[in-house]
Design a protein around this ligand. Structure first.
Ligand SMILES: *Cc1c(COP(=O)(O)O)cnc(C)c1O
Length: 445
């Protein structure tokens, strides 16, 4: 595979873009390939190499790179008609109506421009609504680039996870291990009356893919109820991907007070949103006292792309198609892993998947859950499958990033840049693509 043009482009980029990129995860080593265009489930790089794409923009692209005609038409007509005004448009109302019709927790919604902006606004909203300062987050959870959640350490010793955040900010954040009922009960018994909200991804999806153990979200729900704190589900990645149009909350049967969205609801354009019960969402200005505003918020092109994306999914068998492919892929991967690397764990659900290079597994290689680890307590591997972000970080992350990723790339398969980021099947993928992918895994693992 020739990468001369990508190498030259990265050389230029290093002079004018920090690290040569606009989002850190894109800087694959030794240099990233630059993408020229997409074609269905494939991308073509600057040197003309073609890859089967499972990055899918890190989550937004439910249909791959060639969208159905009606989606394309909706995008084009809104792009050529404005494209934006600084005044309300009908398409924002229609999109809000669609989301509130399908997602259990949502009566009202505020659209913003990124997942980060959604979680920033949700944290401010929870603090404004409750009059409290403390936010509980999960170790290894990800909520975008924001001050209140770029915090690591433990409940007793939270500290900023990056330069640029005052220690005093981190003091208002309480990181706990995901799936640990005792830890969260302890935190509520000590700080319950100071906790504005618990912010949690229903499935950890930026730290491997870690499913909740049975009853975990129910515990969070009842602790929040008992202490007057808000339960906030960050569905930026799971929203309209896991659990279909009802999102992960409908799949788990737990209704949060507030939900943050992003990725898919913008149909491939920049987006975020905060939804929830009316009495909470109406705390946002101009209806209430919590300031929230944005030049591009509810952008007509984004709204048209996002709404037509979701309407297409409502009218066609999109989720059953991509979830079947996801299941075929995870089942095939489980067989390969059982055969070639029995300590590794296949994870994921619906159209999400990843292989975690876990270091120790159950002695019985037949114990692999065929559809990907679901934290099933009857499974012989239950004790060995990752339950927290820390469990995933203890895997062979260097082998994944430095060797395996490149082996797959050389076989024409484009995976996410490191062990931690989720991978996605799209509506454009086919059964033959899955077969080809399994062959590549077989050789590369
Ligand atoms: C991607 C992601 C974000 C951040 O969204 P951006 O649009 O990148 O700012 C927040 N939370 C979760 C769960 C995400 O997956």
């Amino acid at each position: 595979m020739n990468h001369d043009r990508s190498r030259a482009l990265y050389d230029r980029a290093l002079s004018v873009l920090a690290g040569g990129v606009n989002s850190s995860v894109r800087a694959t080593k030794p240099y990233p390939f630059f993408i020229q265009r997409g074609d269905g489930a494939h991308v073509i790089d600057a040197d003309g190499n073609r890859y089967l794409d499972y990055v899918m923009g890190y989550g937004p692209l439910l249909y791959g790179h060639s969208v159905p005609e009606e989606i394309q038409a909706a995008i084009q007509s809104h792009a050529s008609a404005g494209p934006m005004y600084g005044a309300p448009t009908e398409i924002e109302v229609e999109h809000a109506e669609f989301v509130s019709r399908h997602v259990p927790s949502v009566e009202m919604i505020r659209f913003v421009n990124s997942g980060t902006e959604a979680t920033v606004s949700a944290v401010r909203l929870a603090r404004g609504y409750t009059g409290r300062d403390k936010i509980v987050i999960m170790q290894g959870g990800y909520h975008g680039a924001q001050e209140s959640t770029l915090v690591e350490g433990s409940a007793e010793h939270p500290k900023p996870s990056t330069a640029g955040i005052p220690e005093s900010f981190a003091q208002h954040t309480i990181p706990v291990p995901f799936n640990d009922t005792e830890a969260i009960e302890q935190v509520f018994s000590e700080h319950g009356s100071d906790i504005a909200g618990v912010l949690v991804e229903p499935i950890l999806a930026n730290m491997g893919i870690v499913m909740p153990v049975d009853g975990y979200h129910e515990t969070l729900r009842s602790l929040c109820d008992d202490h007057g704190s808000l339960l906030i589900f960050d569905e930026v990645i799971t929203g309209f991907r896991v659990g279909g149009l009802g999102c992960a909350q409908s799949r788990f049967g737990v209704t949060p007070d507030v939900t943050t969205f992003g990725k898919i609801i913008g149909g491939g354009f920049p987006v975020g949103a905060i939804g929830g019960r009316s009495e909470i969402i109406e705390q946002f200005t101009p209806a209430g006292p919590v300031f929230q505003s944005g030049t591009f918020s509810g952008h007509p092109v984004t709204m048209a792309a996002g709404l037509s994306y979701l309407e297409y999914a409502a009218e066609n068998n999109v989720y059953s198609h991509i979830n079947d492919l996801g299941s075929q892929l995870r089942t095939g991967l489980s067989e390969i892993v059982a055969d070639q690397a029995p300590t590794y764990t296949v994870v994921g659900t619906d159209s999400m998947f990843k292989t975690i290079f876990t270091r120790d597994g159950a002695p019985d290689p037949d114990g692999h859950c065929s559809g990907g680890c679901q934290q099933n307590s009857d499974c012989s591997r239950f004790a060995h499958c990752p339950k927290t972000g820390a469990d995933v970080s203890r895997a062979e992350t260097d082998r994944w990033e430095r060797i395996f990723w490149h082996e797959m790339k050389d076989r024409g398969i484009f995976l996410t840049a490191n062990q931690f980021e989720s991978q996605f099947v799209s509506y454009a993928h086919t059964k033959a693509d899955i077969e080809q992918t399994l062959e590549a895994y077989k050789e590369a693992l």
